[in-house]
Ligand binder design. Sequence first.
Ligand SMILES: Nc1ncnc2c1ncn2[C@@H]1O[C@H](COP(=O)(O)OP(=O)(O)OP(=O)(O)O)[C@@H](O)[C@H]1O
Length: 282
Amino acid sequence: MIEVKDLTFSYGKDKKALHGLNFTVEDGEIFGFLGPNGSGKSTTQKILTGILKGHGGKVSLFGQDIASVHNREFFQKIGVLFEFPYLYSNLSAVDNLRYFSAFYPKEQLRDIGEVLEKLEFKSDFIKKPVSSYSKGMRQRASMARALISNPRLLFLDEPTSGLDPSGAVLFRRIIEEERRKGTTVFLTTHNMLDADLLCDRVAFLSSGEIVALDTPGNLKEKNSNRHIRIDYLYQGKREEKVIDIHELEAGMSFLHDEIISIHSQEPTLEDMFIQYTGRGLS
Ligand SMILES: Nc1ncnc2c1ncn2[C@@H]1O[C@H](COP(=O)(O)OP(=O)(O)OP(=O)(O)O)[C@@H](O)[C@H]1O
């Protein structure tokens, strides 16, 4: 679906933002693109969606080189939810969606009411201007804009930002539903939970370079120290012990009266990111 080969980009003469990225995103995959501020995520996303011109290397979407496509049909297959505001703030959610729907063939469109309902959009706000919405309602309207055209490829930038926990769960469910339908998703995020729960594979970006690319499970497993923490009671006192997972096969060979809990100390995706890049995600 997406093929990126030796992708470079410079802002002006001396500001090199991307240093030769190589990756592919398969059809129907949720691909996570993770990196701290300034690592080059937006630059990559803008190149992939045709907003930013003048890159080096090759970027193909749907088997076509992005540098040589100019037709509307190509971009009609793409849906985007970007962080910068791209809704008309003086229009309501419905009027925004009606306006943007006009750019797509009728048979491709979803029903505006159904999409807003799926996103649990509060009905009192449907006709109020976007400028009066909370961040969460704005995010729902933006997601509706991304989904209204039934895209085959979705670019989502921080989709759960500004949502409360139940809103984030709802959005993750919707993104998974899209995957089940066969939609390919390119997800840019700082949110490690989203990346871990949703992504088939993730790329870690640092200073314009991909420093790791694999499934979240493999990234954690490859680097796991395979330790287990045991909390237990001995002679009326609470104690804690960290043992290697293989020691467990010999049983609980230390003195104890009662085991309280056992936790595997698997690294998180964020631990892995820090290990690969030496930096956190903020
Ligand atoms: N318009 C611009 N002019 C000059 N330099 C830019 C411009 N936009 C981005 N850069 C630089 O390019 C590099 C990559 O920036 P980019 O915005 O792609 O990073 P990012 O990972 O998306 O960061 P964030 O998480 O803050 O959005 C940074 O060093 C940034 O300062």
